[in-house]
Design a protein around this ligand. Structure first.
Ligand SMILES: Cc1cc2nc3c(=O)[nH]c(=O)nc-3n(C[C@H](O)[C@H](O)[C@H](O)COP(=O)(O)O)c2cc1C
Length: 168
C-alpha cells in the first residue's frame, strides 16, 4: 500500500485523538499525520492516499482550521488520488446537522477527479439529517465521542481494515 497522509482539523481534540488512533492502526511507517493549522498544499501532494478529517461546529460548519485549509486542498491536483473522510459530531444535540463537515469536505473534493473511498452504513446512528449521507450511506466515517464513545475503537478498526483494501 502507498503511504497515507492524514490531515485533521480539531477544536477540542476529539478528531485529533481519532486521527492518532487511525494512524496507529495503519502503522506510523505507513500513515503520516498533519494538523491542518500547520499544513500546506505540498504536504498533500506527496500522498496518493489521503484522509481528510474535521469535526462539525455551529450547526453544520467545518472546524475553522479545516475551513481555512480548503484553499490548500483546492490548489492540489487530486487526479488519481484516493480520498477518505472522517469526523467527530454529536448526533443527540445536533441531529439535523450531524457530522455535516464530512459532507462539506466531500462537496469540496468530489469534482477533483479523485476517488472517494471509506463509505459507511448509517446503521447504529440515530439522527434526523446529515450532509454526510450520500445515496443512503455516510460518505465517510462519523465518530460520536459525546454519545457513543464506547463504539469508537471498533468503528476505527473496522474502517481501517476497509481502507486497507480500498486504498492503493
Ligand atoms: C457549539 C457547538 C456546536 C456543535 N455543532 C455540531 C453540529 O452542527 N453537528 C455535529 O454533528 N456536532 C456538533 N457539535 C459537536 C462536536 O462536533 C463534537 O463535540 C466533536 O467531538 C468535537 O470534535 P473536536 O474536538 O475534534 O473539534 C457541536 C458542539 C458544540 C459545542
Amino acid at each position: 500500500m502507498q503511504k497515507i497522509g492524514i490531515f485533521y482539523g480539531s477544536l477540542t481534540g476529539n478528531t485529533e485523538l481519532a486521527a492518532k488512533q487511525i494512524q496507529k492502526e495503519f502503522g506510523a511507517d505507513v500513515a503520516k499525520i498533519f494538523d491542518v493549522a500547520k499544513a500546506k498544499a505540498d504536504d498533500i501532494e506527496q500522498f496518493s492516499n489521503l484522509i481528510f478529517a474535521s469535526s462539525t461546529w455551529d450547526d453544520g460548519d467545518m472546524e475553522e482550521d479545516f475551513e481555512d485549509f480548503l484553499p490548500e486542498i483546492s490548489s492540489v491536483n487530486l487526479k488519481g488520488k484516493k480520498v477518505a473522510i472522517f469526523g467527530c459530531g454529536d448526533q443527540e444535540s445536533y441531529p439535523d446537522t450531524f457530522v455535516d463537515a464530512i459532507g462539506k469536505i466531500y462537496e469540496a473534493v468530489k469534482e477533483k477527479n479523485c476517488e472517494i473511498v471509506g463509505m459507511v452504513s448509517t446503521d447504529g446512528y440515530e439522527f434526523e439529517d446529515s450532509k454526510a449521507v450520500v445515496d443512503g450511506r455516510f460518505i465517510g466515517l462519523p465518530l460520536d465521542e459525546e454519545n457513543q464513545s464506547d463504539l469508537t475503537d471498533d468503528r476505527i478498526k473496522t474502517w481501517v481494515n476497509q481502507l486497507k483494501k480500498e486504498f492503493d
